[in-house]
Ligand binder design. Structure first.
Ligand SMILES: Cc1cc2nc3c(=O)[nH]c(=O)nc-3n(C[C@H](O)[C@H](O)[C@H](O)COP(=O)(O)O)c2cc1C
Length: 206
């Protein structure tokens, strides 16, 4: 292989296609491992002139389909925003490896379907509590509160009683259109762009 067309990281040479695979490996590991720096990306949406960002938990990464999943309450602002404008961006940064991924794509919203039903069965009781507040997320209140009733907050609240949360449980699937990869390096940064719309991968000036 011609090494001038590769990037040299930790004694390994990566071609553009090696790097693309590496991005997806990192995303798959990010979804699996709660301690991975790629476990909690920042996700941005836009409604009219207003941009909003928030941290979410990456739940799944599907390299073959080029998609990413996170869970959310269908009453949340982000869900309402994505219904109107499905454009979405997710930002990942691994500080120890100095690798940033900026992902852009379109969101598909899953609710009350096989995908949400299967994922719901795997959720823990504490995750389910996020979907059980009688008031919608982002509602203003007079007092600082989780929004959960005392009964739901109790330790002996049962998994059976939590089933009703499924009504509020949604999955956002990000169909990835591009990955902007950036590696910070003291001897010169490197950048690459994986474009799934045009179907081409290119190096970029950082
Ligand atoms: C570490 C961390 C993980 C989070 N994970 C999620 C998540 O997976 N889904 C979610 O809807 N909100 C998650 N949140 C809360 C969001 O960042 C945000 O505050 C909330 O969803 C309201 O966002 P919205 O008003 O834009 O809908 C997380 C927050 C933190 C700090």
């Amino acid at each position: 292989m011609d090494n001038t067309t590769c990037v040299h990281i930790n004694d390994k040479y990566f071609s553009l296609s090696d790097l693309e695979m590496d991005c997806w490996d990192r995303l798959v590991q990010g979804a699996k491992k709660s301690r991975s720096p790629f476990h909690t990306p920042c996700v941005a949406t836009q409604l009219k002139e207003e941009v909003s960002m928030r941290t979410v938990v990456l739940r799944n990464a599907f390299p073959a389909e080029k998609s990413l999943h996170f869970h959310t309450d269908i009453r949340s602002m982000k869900w309402q925003e994505l219904r109107v404008n499905p454009s979405i961006s997710a930002l990942f940064y691994d500080a120890s490896e100095r690798i940033q991924l900026r992902i852009k794509g379109t969101a598909e919203l899953h609710h009350s379907n096989q995908i949400t039903n299967e994922a719901w069965q795997k959720t823990t009781l504490s995750s389910r509590r996020c979907y059980l507040s009688p008031s919608s997320p982002s509602s203003f209140t007079d007092l600082p509160t989780s929004g959960l009733t005392e009964q739901i907050e109790q330790e002996n609240f049962s998994i059976e009683a939590s089933e009703v949360g499924l009504l509020n449980f949604g999955i956002v699937s990000i169909h990835v259109q591009s990955i902007d990869w950036l590696w910070l390096n003291h001897a010169g940064h490197r950048r690459a762009f994986f474009d799934y719309v045009q179907g081409e991968n290119q190096w970029m000036i950082p």
